[in-house]
Design a protein around this ligand. Sequence first.
Ligand SMILES: *Cc1c(COP(=O)(O)O)cnc(C)c1O
Length: 400
Amino acid sequence: MTSTLAVNGGEPVRSTPFPAWPTADSADEAALLDVLRSGKWGSTHGDLVARFEREFAQYQHARFGVCVCNGTLALAAALRAVGVGLGDEVVVPPYTFIASAAAVTFVGAIPVFADIDPDTHLLDPQAVEAVISERTKAVMPVHIAGRPCDMDAFAELGRRHGVAIIEDSAQAHGAEWKGRRVGALGDVGTFSFQTSKNVSAGEGGIVVTNDEALADRLYSIANVGRVRGGGWYEHQHLGYNLRLTEFQAALLFGQLRRHPEQQARRATNAALLRRLLADVDGVWLPPEDPAVTAHGWHLFLLRLPGIGGRKHAFVRALAAEGIPCSAGYDGLHRNKALNDEIATIVKRLDVPWKEPHLPVADRLVSDTIWLPQPTLLGTEEDIHDIATAITKVLAHVDEL
Ligand SMILES: *Cc1c(COP(=O)(O)O)cnc(C)c1O
């Protein structure tokens, strides 16, 4: 390919936009107006949030769901519900959104990093094993990109060490491990309905579990310590107000109704993109795993092993060709705010702390990029454009 890169003044591969996200239809408009006119704007008066909790829990093969205001506080609520508190350790992956580890510090606990699997970018159960201590209270597998973690290994590890397994499923709506949907494969799981997520209400989240006592604790944590059926000023526990509004629930029904069809399209397009990129020099694709019976496709993730420190330049060049893309996470173990907070907790509580050793994460953050999920919602032609643009930028990588 001889054409000049768009970033250097050439013609872009594509100038038409990819599908918009989130999606809405006239039924969503009517549902929002219904809530508006009903005067029941909050879940303390309406019943849409409670109905959506049941519907979403069922969708994820879980018995119970408690809606909360976002995926970040869903994690804090889940951590509190399983009893994580001051000075406890929670094992988290370094390759995830900052909320996964920040939520651990919100309950006064210490995030302990364990390395990721080089094939999947996901928390490696064997690496977790190596950092478990007598202070470990929970382990947080994060289903990054929508690809489920090895939930057989984590469930077994949880039982053997007597630690809670909290699935951060913010990117994994509908994702399945061996035919079972994620969220309640461990003790408790959290989802996000933030704008970019595959099921969206602008903001929002939910915590799911199969454990009724845990579901009741979550309800109380999300409802200022009230208990189901209890009085308005009867606060048996201390809790936050994490409630979702009825407006958000009204939107979520339509989002969930469209989700299976959108997932099918993402999966078909992802498979096509994998075929088109399979033989492109300089592209590495995560190997498929038959245990992943449904990928959540929040991100299409790929590595550029020869990119040598020019990942950000590559992403700028690919974006200039008209392809939405991201350089992704830098590794949470390198985040100063998080490290400062961990150091403060460790110092105040005078507990031991070991510098994390994360060679796989360090290698993978340097060359991993991703495409956001709406790019997988378009036509076959859109997918061909993505492959063409990636191939073009790789062919001109020396000019970046
Ligand atoms: C989006 C996300 C969250 C946080 O969800 P919010 O609703 O944005 O607070 C947590 N973990 C992961 C992995 C996410 O992608």
